[in-house]
Design a binder for this molecule. Structure first.
Ligand code: ADE
Length: 240
């Protein structure tokens, strides 16, 4: 489950550049029986199997350093977001514990510093959520992206969604690239991008704007956007 994502693209290059070291461990390495069993039937009876506590506890005992932060991936955890990614990216050693099957023995929670969910849905295990967390954190390491500025322009950085992007051709199936982007006028382009980022955020995620760091230019762009959309609404109601 890990080898594809960890050995392609940005994650691959970040490891090759020595910016991050990612190791995948098999919980079966911390079992002591011939069949290397990591799960067992739930006490009280129920469908499915539960991850045993011993392999997870022993894995953490073996891997934990003084500076480690241990994360347990679970749909019951605190919701992962950009702010959490920024905090975790500062940590020098993370241990990501992936649950599997129907769940894990609840005592495992006591070895975790933090329980993390990547969203309100249930996946078959913590492996994909762990990869999601790893990818989001590695993007934030200086030098991990080819273009230093691109992580700073991502959606959620500064609390707003990213502006729309276009590439050639200038017209495709009648759909035009906004004229300003072809103008070569860097100041107009900068202002247009900021305005469209704010527009997207206002229309799609107004909740983000309440917490975003907005300056005086942003406030005036938002007033322009609001006036434009009010104008559109008036036009619609005037139509017979
Ligand atoms: N394991 C299963 N579903 C999960 C989720 N949504 N987030 C984190 N870990 C999970």
């Amino acid at each position: 489950m890990f080898s594809g994502p960890l050995h392609e693209s940005i994650l691959k290059r970040a490891q090759e550049k020595g910016l991050v070291e990612i190791r995948v461990h098999d919980l079966r390495d911390w079992t002591h029986d011939r069949h290397r069993v990591v799960d067992d039937v739930p006490y009280g009876g129920d469908a499915g199997m539960v991850l045993k506590p011993e392999p997870l506890f022993e894995a953490v005992d073996a891997l934990r350093k003084a500076e480690s932060e241990v994360l347990l991936l679970t749909p019951q955890g605190e919701r992962f977001d950009h702010a959490m990614a920024c905090r975790l990216a500062e940590t020098s050693h993370l241990i990501l514990l992936c649950g599997r099957y129907e769940g894990f023995d609840d005592r495992v929670r006591s070895v975790a510093d933090r329980e993390v969910s990547i969203g309100d849905f249930v996946l078959s295990g913590g492996e994909l959520p762990a990869l999601v967390v790893i990818d989001a954190l590695v993007r934030l390491i200086p030098g991990a992206l080819g273009d230093e500025s691109s992580a700073m322009q991502d959606s959620f950085v500064g609390g707003v969604l990213d502006h729309p992007q276009y590439t050639r051709p200038p017209v495709y199936r009648g759909l035009r690239v906004p004229e300003v982007l072809l103008s070569g006028d860097h100041e107009r382009i900068r202002r247009w991008r900021r305005k469209e980022a704010l527009r997207r955020t206002l229309l799609r995620r107004p909740d983000l704007l309440k917490l975003a760091a907005l300056n005086a230019e942003d406030q005036s762009l938002l007033s322009e956007i609001q006036a434009e959309h009010e104008g559109e609404r008036d036009e619609q109601t005037e139509r017979p």
